[in-house]
Design a protein around this ligand. Structure first.
Ligand code: ATP
Length: 211
């Protein structure tokens, strides 16, 4: 019986993951389940050229990404963008992956906010040639198809109103209830944030200094 061999299909998912939250994990899980991926590579960004604020330490974001995605078979956290000098450009990562796996197909995953801004990405036409794009709609982000791009693949998943920015703010303000925390953050990530006192989150066991 002849066997049809198809190219290896690799998902590529980059982000600041500052911190990684449940929408990231849901997106990764849906991509693995719905796109026939052989592997999903997850890239915490180094110097995120499109973010104006300073990111948390690379070591913390890497550790949290590993904790967030460790339960997903086929997901691999790849740290190469963290050690790259200069801005983290997706095209550099795609070219490196293509050189390592000739013949592989790549699917680049992103949320609707990134899709809406995609034609501002460095060498976006080359990215669109190298990879199929797959978008998860995000509440509040535009749905329009940027000119010159084919419609992307879409994941079947209800939109999730969660962002790392809102989480950082809620953690800093101490406004994140245990229920909200459990809903929005993977448990191991919440524990890491608490243990390491990230985002202004009070560290357990620390008492206020005496005046
Ligand atoms: P921040 O609020 O700090 O900008 P973020 O929540 O957007 O962070 P990132 O790490 O920047 O998180 O996102 C990585 C990828 O995940 C991006 O492609 C982003 O669009 C996507 N993403 C993040 N949150 C969602 C969400 N709620 N729905 C769909 N996609 C999302």
């Amino acid at each position: 019986m002849s066997q049809v061999l198809r190219p290896r299909r690799v998902g590529v998912f980059g982000g600041a993951f500052d911190p990684p939250h449940q929408a990231h994990v849901a997106l990764a899980r849906a991509a693995l389940a719905q796109l026939g991926l052989d592997e999903l590579r997850i890239f915490p960004t180094g110097d995120a050229w499109h973010k104006t604020r300073r990111l948390s330490a690379a070591s913390d974001r890497l550790a949290m990404a590993r904790l967030a995605f460790e339960g997903l078979p086929g997901a691999v956290v790849d740290e190469r963008e963290l050690s790259r000098e200069g801005p983290s450009y997706t095209i550099d990562t795609l070219e490196a992956l293509a050189a390592e796996a000739p013949g592989a197909e790549f699917v680049l995953l992103m949320g609707g906010d990134q899709w809406a801004a995609f034609t501002g990405w460095h060498r976006w036409q080359d990215i669109a040639t190298r990879a199929r794009l797959c978008v998860l709609a995000r509440p509040g982000s535009a749905e329009a198809l940027p000119a010159g791009l084919a419609p992307p693949l879409q994941l079947v998943l209800p939109p999730m109103d969660v962002s790392a920015t809102a989480l950082r703010e809620a953690l800093a303000d101490g406004h994140l209830s245990p229920e909200e925390q459990a809903r929005l953050l993977p448990e191991a990530v919440a524990r890491y944030i608490s243990t390491h006192g990230l985002y202004g989150h009070p560290q357990p066991g620390l008492t206020a200094p005496h005046a």
